[in-house]
Write a protein that binds this ligand. Structure first.
Ligand SMILES: NC(=O)c1ccc[n+]([C@@H]2O[C@H](COP(=O)([O-])OP(=O)(O)OC[C@H]3O[C@@H](n4cnc5c(N)ncnc54)[C@H](O)[C@@H]3O)[C@@H](O)[C@H]2O)c1
Length: 330
């Protein structure tokens, strides 16, 4: 029997996840959708074999046919839906960010801990990217020795979502903030974010990060880089270095040049990672739980992002507070 899924937020990524669940991933069926824009929700439902439309996300979560929930609405609305799903005891996949304030993240963590089990998976899909997984495995196998440096690049051709200086950290750089913790199995100690643009929309931005183990990291985020979507990572250790870059199976040789295409956007670049992420979630949700990034991971990424936003405005290096990991997330 397919897992019966309800999707809240049928915008860009919501529709993409629905397409994936319907056409690519087996074992799940989208039976209900909801969006603040009911016209959009009805359009999406009309393209599905059998999905009802709920005017309110809370009604979708309460629907007895819905066994698991995907939240793809705007960030500030995530908390209310994730809390409602936890209260209903239903597994929930929440797109990043988990929530937009520290207090909201803590409320979600408290509710999940009180439920006694992991129900929430946060949409940090890079944890499923084959290249990044191989790099993480290389670190764990000791192939690089001790990692000392990491250099990361995150560029979009243009951005419609990260359109404020703060959102460039909380909406875009947040992927690197999670990726670092996951790859290095380490927490972020300090962050300093600067921009060559003094006023207005501060794009690009450069973060210098120190992990608790001492690893030094640079992250360059440029969401209007024009030329394409480009995510890169290099790790430098005492025994070697490893790097992942634009992924393309095709190289073209013409006019005296070797050309490698750059992805147009994250949907293309991370299509395999999104697919594996949803497979993992469906399998975990069928068992009543969650895989991938946890609410705790979502919270720590948010704490680092909040420190990054503070640094961008003050120019200071900002410390990320130390935290005690609840047993549920150890
Ligand atoms: N993991 C990733 O790579 C990735 C990529 C893109 C977006 N995202 C995240 O996914 C979320 C959605 O992003 P998007 O690009 O699809 O945005 P979008 O604007 O295209 O879609 C969001 C949808 O949510 C709806 N909505 C807003 N408030 C709502 C509410 N209270 N209840 C129900 N629906 C509501 C809007 O009407 C809209 O249709 C964001 O949190 C974003 O950060 C993650």
């Amino acid at each position: 029997m397919a897992l019966k899924v309800g999707v809240i937020g049928t915008g860009m990524i919501g529709r993409d996840h629905i397409r994936r669940l319907t056409e690519v991933v087996s074992g799940a069926e989208v039976v209900a959708v909801s969006d603040a824009d009911e016209v959009v929700a009805k359009e999406v439902a009309a393209g599905l074999p059998s999905a009802k439309v709920h005017a309110a996300g809370e009604d979708l979560i309460a629907d007895s046919e819905v066994e698991a929930v995907i939240v793809c609405s705007w960030g500030p609305t995530h908390e209310q839906y994730v809390l409602a799903a936890i209260a209903a005891g239903k597994p929930v996949f929440c797109e990043k960010p988990l929530a937009t304030t520290t207090d909201a993240c803590l409320r979600i963590i408290d509710a999940e801990v009180a439920s006694g089990q992991r129900l929430v998976q946060v949409g940090f899909m890079r944890r499923y990217d084959a290249g990044l997984v191989a790099m993480r495995d290389a670190i764990r196998a000791g192939e690089l020795g001790e990692v000392r440096l990491a250099h990361m690049v995150h560029r979009n051709p243009t951005s419609t979502t990260s359109t404020t200086s703060a959102n460039l950290v909380t909406g875009s750089m947040i992927h690197e903030l999670d990726q670092l913790r996951w790859m290095l199995d380490d927490d972020i100690a300090t962050i300093r974010v600067s921009s060559p643009v003094a006023d207005g929309f501060r794009d690009p931005q450069l973060a210098v990060i120190q992990m608790r183990s001492g690893v030094l990291v640079t992250v360059d985020v440029f969401v209007n880089a024009r030329y394409g979507y480009d995510v890169r990572c290099e790790l430098v250790g005492t025994k070697g270095a490893t790097a992942s870059g634009p992924v393309s199976p095709v190289r073209t040789y013409r006019k005296g040049q070797e050309q490698v295409p750059v992805s147009p956007d994250f949907v293309v670049r991370f299509s395999e990672a999104y697919r594996k992420e949803l497979i993992d979630w469906v399998l975990a949700a069928e068992g009543g739980g969650a895989g991938g990034a946890s609410t705790w991971d979502g919270h720590l990424a948010n704490l680092a992002a909040a420190a990054g936003v503070e640094s961008l405005s003050t120019g200071d290096t900002v410390e990320i507070p130390t935290t005690n990991t609840p047993d549920l997330y150890r």
